[in-house]
Write a protein that binds this ligand. Structure first.
Ligand SMILES: [Cu+2]
Length: 186
């Protein structure tokens, strides 16, 4: 009887350990898809893996602390994935290459701190028309931001990020759903 139970426990370990090793090796390669994570959670209920946010496709982006992002009349940023060196100054230039008036198609770029709820922030921003849609009540959620740009305008900002994954948005009302991207600081 006892022997039987002991055998069962050992068998579980035998199955679980290779799965963990496999998952770890995927993680080390910066695993391209979520398959490896799924495997881990299914097979090892006991050991929680420390989850760092993965950003699919970031491995194809070059690290650069000198970035230009364009925004346009199609309500788009031309880049949605940015990769920078943490702890060093980042210079970001936002250009509005559109022709529509600022009142109907203005753009800004706000880098939110990790963990900030984007929808909640965007909601508060909507009420801040008098301040370029930068909500004064949520300044602590902002890592960096440009001003609101009309057609043909640009703004250059400099900021430094700690390691992490940051969401950036345009906070003009109705834009953040499509005008949104990630900055990975590493
Ligand atoms: Cu916009």
């Amino acid at each position: 009887m006892w022997e039987h139970i002991y055998f069962n426990i050992n068998m579980k370990k035998l199955f679980v350990l290779p799965a963990v090793a496999l998952a770890l090796s995927f993680a080390a390669c910066g695993g391209s898809e979520n398959k490896s994570t799924t495997t881990t959670t299914e097979t090892t209920s006991s050991s929680e893996t420390v989850e760092t946010e993965t950003v699919p496709g970031i491995e194809n982006v070059e690290v650069s602390n000198n970035i230009t992002v364009e925004s346009n009349d199609q309500m788009k940023f031309d880049k949605e994935l940015l990769r920078v060196k943490a702890g060093e100054a980042v210079t970001l230039t936002l250009k509005n290459v559109g022709t529509l008036p600022k009142e109907s198609m203005g753009h800004n770029l706000i880098v939110l701190k990790p963990g900030v709820d984007v929808a909640t922030f965007a909601g508060e921003a909507t009420a801040a028309a008098d301040n370029d849609y930068i909500p004064k009540t949520s300044l602590s959620s902002i890592a960096a931001h440009t001003k609101l740009l009309g057609p043909g305008e640009e703004d250059k900002i400099t900021f430094t990020l700690d390691k992490g994954v940051y969401t950036f948005i345009c906070s003009f009302p109705g834009h953040y759903g499509v005008m949104q991207g990630k900055i990975v600081a590493e």
